[in-house]
Ligand binder design. Structure first.
Ligand code: AKG
Length: 303
């Protein structure tokens, strides 16, 4: 991975040497114990090329076709180039329903809720698994980034044996705002304690995300910020207490970064009721609760 460029996260420049490549563990797939050990040691699994690339690109095109119908993308659609405008608010009567129809697209669900990922999650959890029905789709436009957070605060009413699967929906260059993990943060129990038990839908007195500058945090701890030059077919899996966010999307061509997060747990364990069912309630308004449901021309919402 060539880290020579000038990258940033939330406008904080990432100093040379701080950015490092995630370790690819795709060779461990098929060996449940090795996958579990690598997760325990590193706090994440980066699995390169484990999904069918063509299937992932079909999901990408399905999403782009729907977003282009409200004027948000230029041809050729597969490139994911923002038009800089949106007619979503004018053309769509229910923004939540529109977003839900995209998040429930068949081509997308084929890669997130079916196929190789199910077997990988069974190996990791050691038993039959259940994904959340809800899907978090990220369309990260130039100038935007995801806030740093622990997933626990958004989904802690069921089991702790829950993993996030981050699925990249297309190739993402380093300047296009890829996922960023804070190395070793799965072991930072002092910071975990500040967020453990926080339920963002019950306690609105403080933000769910970590408001500290992630670059300063990593510098103080002497750790790397981990990312990769992701390709369609790659996934990253992480537990509820692994600090993550994203780099800034600095694309000069206006290329949007597409990815989604899904969540898997053992089928036998209690589940957080907000994220399951035919039309999950989510943070109260179903799919309308999510930042992506708003036109990209509106203010970002860190969800
Ligand atoms: O894709 C991103 O920018 C962030 C993903 C995320 O927040 C998550 O996986 O929980």
């Amino acid at each position: 991975m060539n880290t020579d460029g000038n990258y940033s996260t939330h406008q904080h420049p990432i100093p040379h040497g701080m950015l490092a490549e995630m370790r690819d563990s795709a060779d461990l797939v098929g060996d449940a114990a090795a996958l579990q050990q690598q997760m325990a040691d590193g706090g994440y699994l980066y699995l390169r090329g484990v999904l069918n690339r063509e299937d992932v690109l079909a999901a990408r095109l399905e999403i782009l076709t729907k977003l282009a119908s409200v004027g948000e993308f230029k041809e050729p659609l597969i490139e994911g180039l923002s038009s800089g405008t949106s007619l979503r608010a004018e053309m769509v009567s229910d923004l939540g329903d529109f977003w839900r129809s995209i998040c429930e697209g068949q081509a997308l669900r084929n890669v997130t809720h079916d196929g190789p990922i199910v077997s990988i999650m069974e190996q990791l959890l050691g038993e039959a698994v259940r994904p959340y029905d809800f899907l978090w789709l990220r369309t990260m436009h130039p100038g935007r980034a995801s806030a740093f957070h622990f997933d626990h605060v958004y989904m802690n009413r069921g089991t702790d044996r829950l993993y996030t699967v981050w699925t990249v929906l297309g190739d993402v260059a380093l300047e296009e705002g890829p996922l960023l993990l804070v190395e070793d943060s799965h072991r930072w129990t002092d910071l975990h304690d500040q967020f453990h038990g926080l339920d963002v839908d019950k306690d609105k007195s403080r933000p769910g995300h970590v408001t500290m500058d992630p670059v300063a945090l990593a510098a103080e701890a002497g750790v790397h910020l981990l990312t990769a030059e992701f390709k369609a077919g790659d996934v990253v899996i992480m537990p509820l207490f692994m600090l993550h966010g994203s780099m800034d999307n600095l694309s000069k061509q206006g290329r949007v970064r597409f990815s989604c997060d899904t969540r898997f747990q053992p089928a036998s364990e209690p589940i957080d009721e907000r994220w399951v069912g035919e039309n999950p309630i989510a943070h109260g308004e179903g799919y309308a609760s999510m930042g992506g449901a708003k036109p990209p021309t509106s203010e970002p919402l860190f969800r």
